[in-house]
Design a protein around this ligand. Structure first.
Ligand SMILES: C[S@@+](CC[C@H](N)C(=O)[O-])C[C@H]1O[C@@H](n2cnc3c(N)ncnc32)[C@H](O)[C@@H]1O
Length: 361
């Protein structure tokens, strides 16, 4: 057989295996099968629990989960493997949202690529399920890498006032406040449904974290706004109004929402909110022009960039160099780049020097 054909068939088989994994994991989460199979169960036990289900399809699901090393099988009884158990354990840490996003959006939207590339179709718009739930929740999947890094950095730098722009579920502000009793924070999140979940979560911090449902680009307007509707808002907006207040401003997985021009404007506005020597932290997956061939760690990031770019208002992920140039161009110094484990994201930290925060006032 022609070597090209053989390689192609190999890739296609691997693709089907990966798709099988995706569909079986997502269906198991949606139907709560990973929890139900934490103890031994046969197909008849499952059918007795769910008499309305299709037995042939359930049989195929069990078989596929077994082939994918997610279930072990013994005398007609199934039980989760360590991998299957992990799905249930970590489903609320971003995994469920990520898998749902892949199943319900990526495949369907990439199917429009020929029309999108040839401009026969307008760029896509994210649906409300994506904006109100899946995007912000899927972002939590990087927490096991990001949080230990952020925590030890906060310990060293002794940040006490933190601004989180595009805070999503507000996870990092909350974790910082729980870990460091003197820390206060403000989060800005423009989606009202996401912001209200973050506000709910922030209650755990006894009033040290405030979430505002605001567009980041209105940062300057927030400075000018005089009318406050309730005490919580008043507190948070007072913090924002006090120029030079924050030791740290986070832009975690939100920089790619902005055009290159808006990023410059944003980084300039942030300088006015930071204390002299205050820092900006930009967490983002980056697009690589030349994926590293040996480990191919950039295939998912570049695919995410491709997916984002199919949507209105997005140009894909930035490159490492673009973020570096942005920080230098807007006068930040001491730029430090840390690559998160598995190469999933880069964390860029940079300082707003005394002169640069003075100049922006
Ligand atoms: C990918 S999520 C990241 C959430 C969180 N920072 C994290 O890392 O887990 C990006 C969030 O930024 C919010 N966002 C995007 N553009 C925004 C803007 N202009 N103003 C406020 N929030 C924005 C989105 O609604 C979304 O919840």
């Amino acid at each position: 057989m022609d070597a090209g054909m053989l390689a192609l068939l190999g890739k296609t088989t691997a693709l089907m295996e990966h798709l099988g994994f995706l569909w079986v994991v997502q269906t198991g989460m949606e139907l709560n099968l990973w929890a139900e199979l934490e103890r031994d169960g046969s197909i008849d036990d499952l059918m007795a629990l769910h008499p309305g289900w299709d037995k042939i399809l359930l049989d195929h699901w069990l078989e596929q989960a077994y082939c994918q090393d997610l279930l072990i099988k013994n005398n007609g009884y199934f039980r989760v493997t360590k991998l299957g158990k992990a799905i249930n354990k970590y489903r609320n840490s971003g995994l469920e949202a990520l898998y749902k996003e892949l199943v319900s959006h990526w495949g369907i939207e990439f199917a429009e690529l020929p029309q999108l590339i040839t401009n026969q179709k307008e760029k896509l718009a994210f649906g409300s399920d994506m904006e109100e739930e899946l995007i912000s929740k899927a972002s939590l999947a990087s927490e096991p890498f990001v949080w230990p890094f952020l925590r030890s950095k906060c310990q060293r730098e002794k940040w006490q006032k933190v601004l989180d722009l595009g805070c999503g579920e507000g996870l990092y502000l909350n974790k910082l406040a729980c870990e460091f009793p003197l820390l206060h924070g403000v989060g800005l999140e423009m989606n009202p449904v996401v912001a209200s979940r973050a506000q709910e979560r922030a209650k755990e911090t006894g009033g040290r974290i405030h979430i505002l449902c605001e567009d980041i680009l209105s940062l300057r307007n927030l400075h000018d706004r005089k009318q406050q509707e309730n005490e919580l808002l008043a507190d948070a907006e007072r913090l924002l109004d006090e120029s030079g207040t924050f030791d740290l401003c986070l832009l975690n997985n939100s920089i790619y929402y902005f055009t290159p021009e808006q990023r410059i404007q944003l980084l300039e506005s942030i300088k006015g909110l930071l204390t002299p020597g205050g820092q900006v932290g930009i967490l983002t997956a980056v697009r690589k022009g030349e994926p590293i061939r040996v480990f191919r760690t950039h295939v998912p990031q570049n695919l995410m960039s491709f997916f984002l770019a199919c949507h209105q208002g997005f140009q894909g992920l930035p490159t490492e160099q673009e973020i570096l140039t942005l920080l230098q161009q807007t006068g930040y110094t001491d730029v430090n780049i840390s690559v998160m484990p598995l190469g999933t994201s880069h964390y860029f930290f940079a300082k707003c020097s005394h002169e640069c925060s003075e100049m922006s006032r």
